[in-house]
Design a binder for this molecule. Sequence first.
Ligand SMILES: NC(=O)c1ccc[n+]([C@@H]2O[C@H](COP(=O)([O-])OP(=O)(O)OC[C@H]3O[C@@H](n4cnc5c(N)ncnc54)[C@H](O)[C@@H]3O)[C@@H](O)[C@H]2O)c1
Ligand SMILES: O=P(O)(O)OC[C@H](O)CO
Length: 333
Amino acid sequence: MDKIVVMGAGSWGTALAVLLAEKGYPVTLWEYKKERAEKLLAERENPLYLKGIKFPDTLSVTSDIDGLLEGAQCVVFSVPSQVLRGVIESISPQITKDIVLVNTAKGLEVSTGMRLSEVMKDEVMGKFHKNIVVLSGPTHAEEVANKIPSTIVAAGNLENAKKIQELFNTGSFRVYINEDIIGVEIGGAVKNCLAIAAGMADGMEFGDNTKAALITRGIAEITRFGVELGADEKTFSGLSGIGDLIVTCASKHSRNRHVGDKLGKGMKLQEILDEMLMVAEGVPTVKAVYEKSKSYKVSMPILDAVYKVLYEDANAKEMVKKLMERDLKEEFY
Ligand SMILES: NC(=O)c1ccc[n+]([C@@H]2O[C@H](COP(=O)([O-])OP(=O)(O)OC[C@H]3O[C@@H](n4cnc5c(N)ncnc54)[C@H](O)[C@@H]3O)[C@@H](O)[C@H]2O)c1
Ligand SMILES: O=P(O)(O)OC[C@H](O)CO
């Protein structure tokens, strides 16, 4: 690889850029704020998001868009889902058909309900859609950057997924492949919404039983939704399904679980978001999933409850009572 561009210098973009640069690839990390890009270059680390992780010599930083993709063979997107379209639009004239585009953001676009690879296809006019790969799984940036053994899935057509598997794989970052883009994207997007519910349970000081219930019934909801959208059911028992749901519902690093925790303790959503430096993708995505699940007639009671607490000011404890008192049913149907 002669050049890899990583768009987005938050926690995940920085962790992935460092991982690739440590493998010896020339990497350009793009940050949209000029003063922040200059600070990253001067300090050769990103103390705001990943304190103590030094930038290898092969990593450069810029906020320039002009000529950014010149000579690049791979572009990795690590910006929040709701700004992805605008970011791709800004570089779209520079995207040639040989460049592999890798999305690592997790969410659905609220204004269209699209999966993010659909947004990407839309922006490159469908011409290069075979070159779109989704990289998703249970991987908090803080742990990946500190070389804690982690696993992830590259989803796309076999040829490109294999390229990305080899590009990113390291001794502490093991990359699997899967051709089911829909399943991998839906798992990564919807788990963030369910993790808000798990956080609420923590905030209300419920126990391990509740957490296990939310994870297990949560993956049932994600699977029903994904299969209806065309995903392969078995993807949800994999890393980007149950794997990512477990890590996000349980981890001290999770921003989505954190939002839920504060809601469960009685804080208002806007207050919580105002205090946060990082994006919590479940907050916008729950809107898109709520709308889409209604139009596809998929039953998602936990997701509905999260939506109502976030956007209709419902009381979290009341929603738990309602969930527990629903009509009794069989476990699988
Ligand atoms: N942090 C993780 O552990 C992790 C792991 C896997 C996937 N992801 C996903 O990666 C994506 C990015 O997450 P993150 O954790 O790096 O977020 P973050 O909050 O740490 O950083 C977000 C980045 O996006 C940039 N940004 C914000 N608004 C922008 C705009 N309008 N235009 C361009 N850039 C903008 C910010 O400057 C920042 O660099 C999310 O979809 C997240 O779900 C994160
Ligand atoms: O911190 P969260 O909750 O946004 O989750 C980050 C990653 O998606 C975990 O795989």
